[in-house]
Write a protein that binds this ligand. Sequence first.
Ligand SMILES: [Zn+2]
Length: 570
Amino acid sequence: MARILITSAIPYINGIKHLGNLVGSQLPADLFARYQRGRGNEVMYLCATDEHGTPAELAAAKAGKPVAEYCTEMHEVQADIAARFGLSFDHFGRSSSPRNHELTQHFAVKLYENGLIEERSETQMYSPTDGRFLPDRYIEGTCPNCGFESARGDQCDNCTKQLDPVDLINPRSTVSGATDLEMRETKHLYLLQSKMKDQLEEWIDTREGWPLLTTSIAKKWLTDGDGLQDRGITRDLNWGIPVQFDGAPWSGMDGKVFYVWFDAPIEYIACALEWVEAGKGTDWERWWRTDKGASDVTYVQFMGKDNVPFHTLSFPATILGSEEPWKLVDYIKSFNYLNYDGGQFSTSRGCGVFMDQALEILPADYWRWWLLSHAPESSDSEFTWENFQTSVNKDLADVLGNFVSRITKFCRSKFGEAVPEGGAYGAQEQAVIDELATRIRAYEAHMEAMEVRKSAQELRAIWVAGNEYLQSAAPWATFKEDPEQAAAQVRLGLNLIRLYAVLSAPFIPFASAQMLTAMSVEDAAWPGDVAEALSALPAGHVFTVPDNLFRKITDDERADWQERFAGVRA
Ligand SMILES: [Zn+2]
């Protein structure tokens, strides 16, 4: 039995994620986790909310809540929606957890001891009224480029020019509105990534079979311009992991927290500690410490392409730099972007379909199927309502749903709600068994390789094979001439439902569970020998006809949704 550690990029806390976020990390990670569990492997799938940083503070202020309370609430909201989408995390943690605080501070100390963290002095905007240094986003003023009066300290939203807070005309604090801002000297911690360039490059070169998208992004960051840059890893904020703590090897860092990009990936590890704390397991080190059993673990990360630099360089720099035996990633599966109906999904502009809205109009499996079968792997892909309607109606309703419905209803009308006995499988049955055997092995190979679209295509072909068999065997016609032969055909058909439920579970877990319940299946083991798997339900085995698995999307609904989601979310 293999042991597989899976993490998906941790979603930011400030609001509900859209479908583009979902298909870029959590959903394919869930597909892989479910598949590996289905194959009988030991899986640890971890995810969490990313809760620190300025945007969390700003979102909390907008909601009129203390930031800790806001994060607790939003974590619950995200956990609930994830569960309703069938995301099968072993634990869904929080980057603001005490475990992540301890571990982040631990890594910082180790990096400092190994000469990889340095204190640097710089001047920064200070607000005497607020009694604090102000991060870029807490300063507004007039853009020197276009005259826009609400330009932020880091960028003008009107003309998109990148700015420094000192560039702003009439700068003011967005916390208090104070205008008596002054430049003061302050200290920050820098992670000396430039010292680790060779080690990181060497490590990346030892990673086998990484997708081109992943390695090319990493190499670009390593070598472009002046190469990998040292990184400030502290910020002047209240909300976050304190830089000054008992046992810190530096002083004078009060009122500063670690930069969110330093602590967020460490939460992947801290999440396993939270998993123990939640009583879900006992030994987290056998997943994360190579000196304590994790050397035989395969670690796979899922993320959108924008997160690749942090996972190929920043987080490995933290781990390698600690000189401690932490598990490093073995494979990074990264995704391009999913666009929305001629535009882009956007959280800040509220454009596209968000996870909660999706579930209001259709069950999770409809979305899971479309998103995974159109995953933006080799290039960006686009969600359109026409394509969604076609895919759901054809693949799910016409092919799989119709197959299940026809065979169970026909059996009930002629033989009752039990697998019929009599007859034997002939050449036609053998042909479909042979085809399925080939296709199932191909499906497994694609799933192992995390080729999401190819896996979906193969699964669909597996459903189609059953449908075509049923169409050509036509037990409803056979029954009139040879009821025994019709019984054998129906027996195969009912066994196919069980097989489809097992194979389809990673993609459409809810429909799969419905099929297994209807067929009263106790043994949902992954098929080894296909002929054997297709005799798992013996004659006399009782079942019930399930409700329609999938309904069709009408043209009216499609037009209605298209219009409803065309605007910007309120
Ligand atoms: Zn401007």
